[in-house]
Design a protein around this ligand. Structure first.
Ligand code: DGJ
Length: 729
């Protein structure tokens, strides 16, 4: 790991173990020109790539005439409105109403540190092995200082970027767009991989061609969303899981984002990622600064699999703070699909007692325990225990569950208020809404205005008061609608464009405070399933509910897309009842268990009602979880087969870092007649080691397993599965 500045060539070079990122200051004008991002190279004498004197088309006889130059130059970051007609990375509304930003290089600093971002999630180094380059630029006309930061860690190929904008003038200035990443590169026939989705079908891998013009993803709904995900990758022409060039970009943010590739007339690409400028307008007083969230970029020369493992390691080593990161999580049983709103103390205690018999370790009481909430139509915001349902009170219930041998967890949706609630009746101005317009309802609820101090304080106390009242060891923090009607009764006229960003900061503040007061709390984020599964939330919670679709077969695709970036230990995954509540499909209990094992593992069913033969499988699943969790949470993940792509079967293997053991999961989704037993080529093993198949006398050498393969006996029909543990002798 190194960051250097070549004074002679004025070239910045950022080197991770396997990659180099290079840009330069272009002489008099002080533009930053992008030179290279790819496999590690030694030299920094590479400025010829900038071709500053070339003119690409005939009418421009003077190559350095400003507009043609700016419009074809490969920028490291582009200002706005002075002749480069591609997407800009920054825009303002200055006191005279103008939007032009033209940045000039001023200087740089390289430090052996990485300052945390104010009030936002950010990656960090536990061991101090980190370097940060800060490149300072300035627009002397509007007196705007913009500092670009690039951080790298000793043990990672990731480059982490953020940008800080400071108003150095005496007057207010509005920042109306800011992307931490907005750089240009040559197109080498890349395709764009994104994770699109919807409720119950989150993070589906999709690959598209990059045509001329703009290809983008993004959200305007106040969260990272079901529909799009703050991630995209550029794939070289021959890229697959195991080979080829990949550039992955992920935004460490939980609000509106944009990720975009723009192909211009010279077949070059402008790659950008940042806060979505739609409805964004941040007012900076004199000397005030705005710091953007971080973008992580990872280059892999060895396909998507290598990129995935880099992301997993980065997030495990440098983002997730929770003490539970590698710990076995208590195996929980959640009552949502078991009871929905129809439960009381007796029912929950009965579930807990029955669950205890099979080794389940925690009961989570989901939605419906407060106010008058017997349906999703009311009472959000009224966080008082409904003692008609929770007879004897919450402490009594928790104590009884503890006595049955289970821990206790609880559900909240703190950011919301129902139309029919005491809180809304008392404070109708506490919701995000526009005066004189009827705000849009969704699930009969509104979004609380977390840009307001008094609302944050109220929400915090409502949650903390419940947690202080009993031995509650886990919180599921849900968020079940999008943000519309952008208006705040608490913000000045010129700050109304700050609502979405300030709201996200409010969520971060609430979760931070919760973890400060309850440092051992296990927090699980959730948003109508997995609509806020993003790196920002992972800074606060080591696990996130992946999807309301608990059908094991649908989960294969959802978990494949999610695990493309996020470690398996972060994927909330439960065994639920059949027929599945979303799809009506029946999948064997064993397969449901195997698929959920690639996540936090738990149950989402009424254990007092499921067939006895299913109940009797639970102890074995509990034992498997505890046996393999360390490997699953800390190992390297390799995808072997994708049911999403082949329509037949799915397989992945998790290999320990020292390659001494591996866990293979194979799911035969569709059986086929006249089949030989399948020989599955494994990945990630040590070719020279001999691996023993647990519970059998079979042994194979690693190179044989990877090049010829492991025989998988024909399984028993559709939706059957097997998990095979291999260990080196
Ligand atoms: C959406 C979540 O994804 C579900 O698991 C459940 O908690 C419901 N909300 C409760 O309203």
């Amino acid at each position: 790991m190194n960051i250097t500045f070549d004074e002679k060539n004025r070239v910045f070079k950022i080197d991770t173990a396997n990659t180099s990122y290079i840009f330069a200051v272009v002489d008099t004008e002080g533009f930053l020109g992008h030179i290279y991002y790819g496999p590690y190279i030694d030299s920094s004498d590479v400025t010829y790539v900038l071709r500053t004197e070339e003119y690409p088309f005939v009418p421009s006889v003077y190559a350095r005439e400003k507009s043609p130059f700016l419009d074809r130059f490969l920028h490291e970051f582009s200002g706005n409105g002075s002749g480069d007609f591609r997407e800009s990375g920054i825009r303002v509304k200055d006191p005279k109403g103008h939007s032009v930003v033209a940045l000039q290089y001023k200087g740089y600093r390289i430090i052996d540190d990485k300052p945390a971002l104010p009030k936002m999630p950010s990656t960090f180094a536990k061991d101090g092995k980190v370097k940060t380059l800060m490149v300072e630029t300035y627009d002397p006309v509007i007196k705007l200082e913009v500092v670009f930061s690039y951080s790298i860690f000793e043990d990672s190929d990731a480059i982490i970027r953020t940008v800080k904008v400071t108003n150095k003038s005496e007057e207010k200035i509005h920042l109306t767009k800011i992307y931490p990443v907005c750089f240009d590169m040559e197109d080498e026939g890349y395709k764009m991989l994104t994770l699109h989705g919807g409720w119950a079908k989150e993070r589906q891998i999709e690959v598209r061609d990059i045509a001329h013009g703009r290809t983008n993803i993004g959200t305007y709904c106040g969260k990272s969303s079901h529909q799009e995900h703050p991630f995209f990758a550029l794939l070289g022409p021959d890229t697959n899981d195991d080979q080829g060039k990949v550039y992955g970009f992920n935004f460490v943010y939980s609000g509106n984002f944009i990720g975009q590739v723009e192909k211009n007339q010279f077949d070059c690409l402008r790659v950008s990622m940042g806060i979505n400028p739609e409805n964004f307008d941040f007012c900076l007083e004199s000397q005030e600064e705005f710091v953007s969230p971080e973008v992580v970029s990872i280059y892999s020369n060895d396909g998507l699999g290598k990129m995935t493992r880099e992301f997993h390691d980065l997030y495990r080593n440098h983002l997730i703070r929770s003490e539970y990161l590698y710990k076995d999580r208590p195996i929980l049983i959640n009552n949502w699909e078991a009871t929905y709103f129809d439960f009381d103390t007796d029912k929950l205690i009965a579930i807990a007692k029955e669950a205890a018999k099979y080794g389940i370790e925690m009961l989570v009481m989901d939605d419906g325990w407060f106010g008058k909430r017997n349906s999703d139509e009311l009472s959000l915001g009224d966080w008082d225990v409904n003692e008609e349902k929770i007879k004897g009170g919450l402490k009594y219930l928790v104590d009884e569950v503890n006595k049955a041998g289970l821990k206790f967890g609880i559900w909240f949706e703190p950011e919301m208020v129902s139309l029919d609630s005491n809180l809304y009746r008392e404070h109708p101005d506490w919701i995000i809404s526009v005066p004189d317009r009827e705000p849009a309802q969704s699930r009969r609820q509104f979004v609380l205005d977390l840009t307001r101090r008094e609302v944050i304080e109220h929400v915090y106390e409502s949650v903390a008061k419940i947690l202080r009242s009993a031995n509650i060891e886990y919180v599921k923090w849900d968020m079940n609608r999008q943000i519309s009607d952008l208006g705040s009764y608490g913000l000045d006229v010129e700050r109304q464009g700050e609502i979405c960003h300030r709201f996200v900061l409010g969520v971060y503040e609430l979760q931070e405070r919760l973890l400060q007061e309850f440092p051992h709390l296990l927090l699980e984020n959730c948003s109508s399933g997995g609509a806020r599964f993003d790196p920002g939330m992972l800074y606060y919670s080591p696990q996130i509910w992946t999807s309301d679709d608990t059908d094991a077969i649908e989960r294969l695709g959802i978990q494949e897309g999610t695990a493309l970036i996020y470690p398996l230990s972060t994927l909330g995954a439960h065994v639920s009842d059949c027929p599945n509540h979303v799809l009506g499909r029946n999948v064997p209990f064993e397969t449901r268990g195997h698929v959920a094992m690639a996540g936090t593992f738990g149950y989402e069913l009424d254990v007092t009602k499921i067939p006895m033969e299913d109940r009797l499988q639970i102890p074995k699943q509990v034992e498997m979880y505890h046996k393999y969790h360390k490997l699953v949470s800390s190992g390297d993940y390799y995808r072997i087969l994708s049911y999403k792509s082949n329509g037949l079967n799915d397989a992945y293997i998790i290999v320990s870092k020292d390659k001494s053991e591996a866990l293979l999961t194979y799911v035969q989704v569709i059986n086929r007649p006249n089949r030989l037993s399948r020989i599955l080529k494994l990945k990630g093993l040590d070719g020279s080691k001999i691996y023993k198949v647990e519970d059998s006398d079979k042994k194979y050498k690693g190179d044989v397993l990877m090049n010829i393969g492991l025989p998988i006996e024909n399984l028993n029909g559709d939706f059957s599965s097997v998990m095979i543990h291999l260990y080196a002798e």
